[in-house]
Ligand binder design. Structure first.
Ligand code: CAO
Length: 446
């Protein structure tokens, strides 16, 4: 009799809560031992969770975006027992009776205490139901069960080139897509005058002209330097966010003359911690998010997910590129505690010690170039957030007080927002409120 068994995430080292970026199989697919079921991507690596034995996928316990750790149940697989496996049955599996996996968790709740991997491997399933048949060139023809099959390295390679693997025909056994297949696809696309479509499926294809190919060495000496891993990852995210989110940036100034005097006093009283303007900004942002909840939201289809927690991402410049660790529950922390935590996460970022969990769950990000310079910039929204605050260097400026010009310390604010979610008037109110709070910190008590 056929046996239903769980396929779980194996030992993945120190990685925890690693997001699922791709489902490689669908319910009803026949799978071979070691065939990838889903792809996980941490900030450091992409990995496939393999099928622990041959069988037929009866249930997928995860969806894209779920976060998995070692032992999380990925799928329920019916292991064939001796006889060749029949075509996938439309009947729901009677045993076990799992519940839907809760959002954001990959843990299956209804299959407790089951062994991590089945001891007995069933007989191979029939070849008439290949797990990943060669994928048709037309992505629109992509059906459940014909998900492109490629190794994590090839997936990363394709993503870097902006190639949608669903459009690539795999030449290796079982339709597996190789690096050469991706290269051939890009060459064909370039030769045909078109460009590979933006990866991610949701981009809808940008139909851009090809990237200019220039032999720079013809014009003078050059040196080639590979991008760091962080640059590659953040570059892909930034490009997607810039291309897919209709950004608008609202600029404003906050008079921080009094705030600055208070900050200096705080610094003198707390010499063991560096209190920079950024901690006041975190507090002011939390107050503004409470007043304007649409800024503490994410867009999911036709719904806004409004968050009732206040986790603030901070863009940190490191020698390897930009990372955005998250300060959790910033609403429950005081200025000194925030200053301490900011110092800790910045140091951790620069020492490359951030874990994926340190960079997850953010509601809204702040990118401060105040320590560097500039008067304004347009930060790119850190999806799935809907807004980001850029902060430039404060400067003393003459400000008209109704009777005379007064020297005031002014802090430039640049708020980029997703115009699908936030209107210009709301953005102007948000920055005006931020400016009021920073101008008079007593407002934080209201
Ligand atoms: N105006 C004037 N001075 C400012 C300021 C501002 N808005 N913000 C900070 N400063 C001062 C600080 O007070 C500090 O002065 P002292 O050395 O005299 O104490 C100095 O500038 C350096 O501050 P800092 O940068 O070390 O600290 P921070 O808390 O302001 O920022 C961090 C911490 C991690 C956010 C920052 O170091 C960093 O990495 N910023 C870059 C972020 C980035 O690259 N963003 C661009 C992304 S593109 O969207």
């Amino acid at each position: 009799m056929a046996e239903l068994k769980e396929a779980r995430v194996p030992d993945i080292g120190d990685n925890k809560d690693v997001p699922v970026i791709e489902l490689l199989v669908a319910v009803g697919d026949a799978v071979k031992k070691d065939q990838g079921l889903v792809t996980l991507e941490s900030d450091k690596a992409t990995m496939e969770v393999p099928a622990p034995f041959d069988g037929v996928v009866r249930e997928l316990k995860v969806k894209v975006g779920d976060e998995l750790s070692e032992g999380s149940v990925v799928a329920i697989i019916e292991a064939a027992s001796g006889a060749p496996s029949p075509q996938p049955s439309p009947q729901p599996s009677p045993q076990p009776s799992p519940q839907p996996s809760p959002k954001g968790e990959g843990e299956a709740r209804a299959t407790p205490a089951a062994p991590a991997a089945p001891a007995r491997v069933a007989a191979p399933v029939v070849a008439s139901a290949p797990a990943s048949p060669p994928v048709a060139f037309d992505a629109n023809a992509l059906l459940p069960g014909t998900v492109p099959h490629a190794s994590p390295a090839v997936r990363v390679f394709a993503r870097e080139l902006g190639v949608d693997l669903a459009q690539v025909a795999g030449s290796a056994r079982g339709g597996r897509i190789t690096k050469e297949d991706v290269q051939a696809f890009v060459k064909a696309a370039l030769a045909g005058g078109g460009a590979p479509r933006a990866a991610g499926g949701g981009g809808g294809g940008l139909d851009l002209i090809p990237w200019p190919k220039v032999d720079f060495a013809k014009f003078g000496p050059v040196e080639r330097k590979p991008l760091s891993r962080i640059q590659k990852l953040s570059g892909a995210n930034l490009a997607r966010n810039w291309a897919m989110i209709p950004h608008v940036t609202q600029f404003d100034d906050a008079d921080i003359t009094e705030m600055e005097a208070f900050r200096k006093r705080l610094g003198e009283e707390n010499k063991d911690v560096k209190v920079t303007p950024l901690v006041f900004l975190i507090k002011a942002v939390v107050a503004a998010l409470k007043k304007y909840p649409a800024f503490n939201a994410s867009l999911e289809g036709e719904e806004l997910v409004l968050k009732q927690y206040f986790h603030i991402g901070i863009a940190v410049d490191t020698p390897d590129g930009l990372v955005v660790p998250v300060i959790r529950d910033a609403d429950r922390k005081g200025l000194i505690e925030l200053a301490r935590e900011l110092g800790e996460i910045s140091a951790k970022a620069r020492e490359k010690k951030l874990s994926p969990a340190d960079m997850q769950g953010g509601c809204f990000s702040i990118s401060s170039l105040g320590g560097v310079g500039g008067t304004a910039f347009t930060p790119i929204i850190n999806a799935p957030e809907v807004a980001i605050l850029g902060v430039s260097r404060s400067a003393t400026k003459p400000v008209w007080n109704g009777q005379a010009f007064e020297p005031r310390l002014m802090l430039p604010l640049s708020l980029s927002y997703d115009h699908r979610v936030i209107d210009g008037a709301a953005a102007a109110r948000f920055t005006a409120y931020l400016s009021q709070v920073l101008g008079d910190l007593r407002r934080l008590l209201l």
